[in-house]
Write a protein that binds this ligand. Structure first.
Ligand SMILES: *[C@@H]1O[C@H](CO)[C@@H](O)[C@H](O)[C@H]1NC(C)=O
Ligand SMILES: *[C@@H]1O[C@H](CO)[C@@H](O)[C@H](O)[C@H]1NC(C)=O
Ligand SMILES: *[C@@H]1O[C@H](CO)[C@@H](O)[C@H](O)[C@H]1NC(C)=O
Ligand SMILES: *[C@@H]1O[C@H](CO)[C@@H](O)[C@H](O)[C@H]1NC(C)=O
Ligand SMILES: *[C@@H]1O[C@H](CO)[C@@H](O)[C@H](O)[C@H]1NC(C)=O
Ligand SMILES: *[C@@H]1O[C@H](CO)[C@@H](O)[C@H](O)[C@H]1NC(C)=O
Ligand SMILES: *[C@@H]1O[C@H](CO)[C@@H](O)[C@H](O)[C@H]1NC(C)=O
Length: 594
């Protein structure tokens, strides 16, 4: 395992208990997380960041296919919080998705326990706070879903994993940034690019100020590492590369890819990749690990970490390895098209990925979804999909559905851009359970956008510049298009995806670019199973109620509060812990005893 400096806490995984026998079937893992502000100066300027258990980035959830994950999240911020698990499918269980369509926010000072199974998945994902622009201040961390032992990896087992979070970064607080976005201000060029929460190595004294801490990855010569790289940023596409080292692409967001060498990879907001990197260099010096912004005219903003061989003969020096041509989107698109599915590899199940022959399935619903740049609607800055800017109702959609509350949402999201004035509305896509949906994203903005669907992986079957037409289907990859959960859509271009709607629930489809998302670029898919006997996971016992259902919220929740209130609160908390131990026996005993 490589040691990582200066912060050794990246592997600080808080696994409280691993119970393997006491629950029927799959193991449970328990985590206790406190989300709070920390002070850090990643770019040499002191600022508030969001950490988990005092760590920024947060701890890695390192689990195995089918494990049950229980995460008790305490909100020690001064505003509501939800954590969402980007790419984790939560089969039949959108209750755990951690977005406002499915969950009431966890109020400041409260806690809420997520419980979900990482069913039938492998791969590299990340979690992040989904509300109020909080991701721009951190709060993110990695999710690794390892394969079960009975299913071999489609490559030699790497010597260790290295998790890297790359992101654009601003020294403004998330509150200031979201205010700017509300006011229609452009975020502008980022102040820097972070790698694992650290600023750049001082590769150029004129461009990088002194005294900034940077990430060092310590490695052994000859070893092969699996680098799991996530773009957790706000809105900047990043080019990732390691000086003098090949990146052998093997996985993206839960699918094994055809293994190919790249010298660099464009990673768009919200995307995750695994690369195998063999330490095959002479170690005449250290090497640069670079994440540089794409399509942004700012060379000073590159993120630079250091790859340090145990036998290194000196520091890295000289210029950074070259990026691809700064404004060449054709390069980026053809690189994206070169990423394909390894149809013969088994993943979460032993049968090959390609045994799901998506190219032979008949499409049941088609949506051409057009995004537009921010515009004023009734005096407020909004972004739209098919002319609709999503309005978050005070009662989550999923709860409104469960309690048959009328009028919270409509199932009338249009199949195409309508020739009408843009509006703000709570309009959902009515998906057909077990249907096969084709979605074409048409980017009418001037910047790269990425779109993410919760609850599913979709097949990326085509992308091209210009306006999509029915004839564009002739170019689709019907054979080995990769299945993933986040795809980029280039400006003035389209991307087509296919998705098999087999996961009942209400699922968020959103722009991963925070500014686009914050101003309304999201929609939900309602996928209802008409058969009761195959229904979804029931409403969780610990559901938080809000909006039209506020009156159902029991007072107890306040007493679970983890604020620093003096003794009366402490007393009632002790009482509750005793009560909970009595009620839930060994399950919670493990949690509270630790
Ligand atoms: C994840 O856990 C496995 C063992 O289950 C371990 O081999 C691996 O090093 C861990 N990875 C990280 C990044 O902690
Ligand atoms: C808050 O945490 C306690 C344990 O510390 C747990 O018993 C309780 O269920 C949690 N509250 C919710 C709403 O999940
Ligand atoms: C990737 O490059 C390495 C050399 O660094 C080579 O050994 C390997 O065969 C290449 N793999 C593929 C799939 O091209
Ligand atoms: C980028 O900015 C520099 C000066 O800051 C300018 O000289 C250069 O022309 C710009 N490049 C492009 C492609 O706009
Ligand atoms: C696909 O996966 C198989 C394992 O099933 C592996 O042996 C093979 O090398 C992979 N092919 C490519 C092109 O990556
Ligand atoms: C939603 O779709 C289902 C079929 O999947 C259909 O029965 C139902 O009437 C639709 N609801 C609305 C409001 O269109
Ligand atoms: C956006 O749409 C308008 C009107 O249809 C068109 O003129 C413009 O070229 C489009 N822009 C992009 C970047 O697609």
């Amino acid at each position: 395992m490589p040691s990582i400096a200066p912060c050794s806490c990246i592997y600080g995984i808080l696994v409280l208990f691993l119970v393997t026998g006491s629950f029927a079937g799959d193991p449970y893992v328990f985590f206790d997380w406190t989300v709070s502000y920390l002070i850090a100066s990643p770019l040499g300027v002191k600022q508030q960041v969001i950490g988990i258990n005092g760590q920024f980035p947060g701890p890695t959830l390192n689990v195995t296919t089918n494990w049950n994950v229980v995460v008790n999240v305490k909100n020690d911020l001064d505003e509501p919080l939800l954590i969402t698990w980007n790419g984790v499918q939560h089969r039949k269980n959108s209750w755990q998705d951690g977005v406002l369509g499915t969950n009431c926010p966890i109020p400041a000072g409260w806690n809420w326990t997520y419980q979900f199974q990482v069913k039938d998945q492998i791969g590299s994902f990340f979690y992040f706070p989904s509300l109020n622009f909080q991701r721009s201040a951190g709060g993110y961390g990695g999710i690794i879903i390892n394969n079960r032992d009975i299913i071999p990896l489609p490559f030699a087992v790497p010597d260790a994993d290295v998790v890297l979070f790359i992101s654009d970064w601003y020294t403004k607080s998330h509150k200031k940034l979201r205010k700017d976005v509300e006011d229609g201000k452009d975020l502008g060029v980022p102040d820097g690019i972070l790698i694992n929460g650290f600023g750049p190595y001082r590769y150029d004294e004129a461009l990088v100020q002194g005294g900034i801490s940077y990430q060092i990855i310590n490695i052994e010569p000859g070893n092969t590492y699996r680098f799991r790289v996530h773009n957790v940023g706000i809105s900047t596409s990043l080019n990732f590369r390691i000086q003098n080292h090949n990146l052998l692409l093997v996985e993206t967001e839960g699918s094994y890819t055809v293994q190919q060498n790249y010298t660099n990879m464009d990673i768009h907001v919200g995307q995750s990749y695994s690369f195998l990197v063999t330490m095959d260099q002479t170690a005449s010096s250290d090497y640069y690990i670079v994440a540089s912004p794409r399509y942004v005219n700012s060379s000073k903003a590159s993120g630079v970490a250091i790859l340090h061989y145990a036998n290194s003969q000196g520091p890295a020096s000289g210029p950074l390895p070259d990026p691809p041509n700064e404004y060449d989107m054709y390069f980026s698109m053809s690189q994206a098209r070169s990423i394909r599915w390894n149809i013969s590899a088994g993943a979460a199940r032993p049968n090959p990925q390609g045994s799901f022959k998506y190219g032979q399935i008949t499409v049941t619903d088609v949506y051409v979804i057009v995004n537009r740049p921010a515009e004023l609607i009734d005096g407020k800055w909004c972004t739209t999909l098919n002319g609709i800017s999503y309005l978050t109702p005070s009662t989550p959609l999923k709860l409104a559905q469960q309690y048959n509350i009328p009028g919270v949402y409509k199932l009338d999201f249009p199949n195409t851009q309508m020739n009408r004035h843009p509006k703000v509305d709570t309009s959902l896509i009515n998906g057909t359970f077990k249907g096969f949906m084709e979605i074409i994203f048409q980017n009418n903005d001037t910047t790269v956008q990425s779109y993410h669907l919760d609850g599913y992986a979709f097949f990326v079957v085509g992308m091209d510049f210009g306006v999509w037409t029915e004839n564009s289907r002739g170019t689709y990859n019907k054979w080995d298009g990769v299945a993933r959960s986040t795809t980029q859509v280039f400006p003035g271009a389209w991307t087509a995806i296919l998705v098999s709607l087999d996961n009942a629930g209400i699922w968020n489809l959103r722009a991963e670019n925070l500014d686009s998302w914050y101003l309304g670029q999201e929609v939900y898919l309602s996928i209802m199973n008409p058969e009761i006997d195959k229904s979804e996971v029931p409403l969780p016992d610990n559901t938080i109620y809000c909006g039209a259902l506020s009156s159902l919220q029991k007072d107890q929740a306040r007493r679970y509060s983890f604020s620093c209130a003096p003794s009366p609160a402490g007393l009632s908390r002790t009482f509750l812990v005793v009560l909970i131990i009595t009620l839930y026996g060994p399950f919670f005993f493990h949690v509270t005893a630790s």
